[in-house]
Design a protein around this ligand. Structure first.
Ligand SMILES: Cc1cc2nc3c(=O)[nH]c(=O)nc-3n(C[C@H](O)[C@H](O)[C@H](O)COP(=O)(O)OP(=O)(O)OC[C@H]3O[C@@H](n4cnc5c(N)ncnc54)[C@H](O)[C@@H]3O)c2cc1C
Length: 355
């Protein structure tokens, strides 16, 4: 089958790669000649348990998503160093007793699921994560991290090596039953279309007459020069810090609903830098060496949509804060669904997501 994937972020590329490996003829389309949207902006924290406090299909998908990463990197031929991969988990830091109570509830539930989770006193946290300010205590949870900016080019190269062709630099402007039209005037025949266009997927779905309500959530991040080497990432509510291999520290992230505005907010950078200095005193007073934003794809349901919309039309989007974590498993799910293989346990029906 000839399949057109719209979107060359981590989701589109990981689907394209699996589909090509299944023997389909795959072409990837992207508006940009050098795609650098959410997948490039992301921190790369792979943290299925850090926001979970009850059983849900999304938590199960995220937990399964983490398990796929080591094999995914191996298949890409990337060593841990190539991807800046670390699987030492991460901490959730509590700064007051109310925080600690909330963490206790997560701890009890996660332990009941068999998840390997540790509760650390302030002193034990300070010793385990030697550069961190103690707060009042912390949880340690399994998880991992990668640098998406290192993985993206390797995934793209793997797609090309497996026969995927690219049409970059022109947005898709119309989708008919058996063809796509682009802003550069070209038309491309296709048997099936996969919408994997991140925050822009609701607009593309509308071109097909499909309602998939959703809106982008802007995230701003900064890099502090460090050098500082953390043992695992540190989280506190929506904010987190993680080390890159060069000793720089990536600090994220804001959550702003402002349509497709991607402007940098200097006050947000200052607030992130100040929080980083509070969580890790060695970073206090550092000036960001880089700041950037990205648009997280969030659907109204709050869940991803992965599956068939109708004959010849598929979707993989709405990964919101977990698109890096879920990229390998989404590629597998989409290839299994299009290939008619059983995936019911982990499927996220786009019809439900859009309703
Ligand atoms: C600041 C920030 C931090 C994050 N941190 C993490 C993290 O630590 N861990 C994690 O798991 N997730 C994280 N995420 C979420 C994750 O980045 C996203 O969920 C994921 O990257 C979405 O991938 P995608 O391929 O769907 O979208 P994108 O990477 O945005 O790709 C969509 C592509 O579609 C293209 N496109 C759009 N419209 C058209 C059109 N009309 N025609 C052709 N092409 C089109 C775009 O050009 C773009 O390249 C973060 C996101 C942000 C913004």
């Amino acid at each position: 089958m000839h399949i057109s994937v719209i979107g060359a972020g981590l989701i589109g590329l990981s689907c394209a790669w699996r589909l090509a490996r299944d023997g389909h003829r795959v072409r990837v389309f992207d508006s940009s000649a050098e795609p650098r949207e959410a997948s490039w902006a992301a921190a790369g924290m792979l943290a299925p348990h850090h926001e979970a406090d009850h059983d849900s299909p999304l938590w199960r998908l995220c937990a399964a998503g983490l398990e796929r990463w080591p094999g995914f990197l191996q298949e890409l031929g990337m060593s841990p160093r190539d991807a800046d991969w670390r699987d030492g988990g991460g901490w959730i830091r509590a700064t007051d007793l109310a925080d600690l109570d909330r963490l206790e509830a997560s701890l009890r539930w996660l332990r009941a699921t068999g998840t390997d989770v540790l509760r650390l006193s302030a002193g034990a946290y300070a010793r385990a994560c030697s550069v961190a300010a103690p707060g009042v205590g912390a949880l340690w949870l399994p998880g991992a991290q990668v640098d998406p900016r290192l993985v993206l080019p390797r995934l793209r190269a793997a797609c090309l090596a497996d026969g995927v062709t690219e049409h970059l630099g022109a947005p898709v402007t119309a989708i008919a039953d058996a063809s796509l039209s682009l802003a550069d005037g070209s038309t491309h025949a296709t048997d099936a279309v996969l919408l994997a266009s991140g925050a822009w997927t609701p607009a593309l779905a509308a071109l097909t007459g499909t309602q998939l309500p959703g809106a982008p959530v802007k995230g701003q991040m900064i890099r502090l020069p460090g050098p500082c080497h953390l043992r695992g990432f540190i989280r506190q509510d929506h904010r987190y810090l993680m080390s890159r291999h060069d000793g720089s520290i990536v600090v994220g992230a804001t959550m702003v609903e402002a349509g497709f505005d991607r402007a940098l907010d200097p006050s947000a950078s200052r607030a992130l830098a100040a929080w980083a200095g509070e969580a890790v005193p060695a970073l206090a007073g550092q000036t960001p060496s880089e700041a950037w934003t990205g648009l997280r794809p969030r659907l109204a349901s709050g869940l991803p949509a992965i599956g068939r919309v109708r004959q010849g039309l598929w979707v993989a989007t709405g990964h919101f804060r977990n698109g890096v974590l879920l990229a390998p498993i989404t590629g597998e799910l989409v290839a299994d669904l299009i290939g008619g293989r059983q995936t019911a346990a982990l499927s996220f029906d786009p019809v439900i997501a859009g309703s």
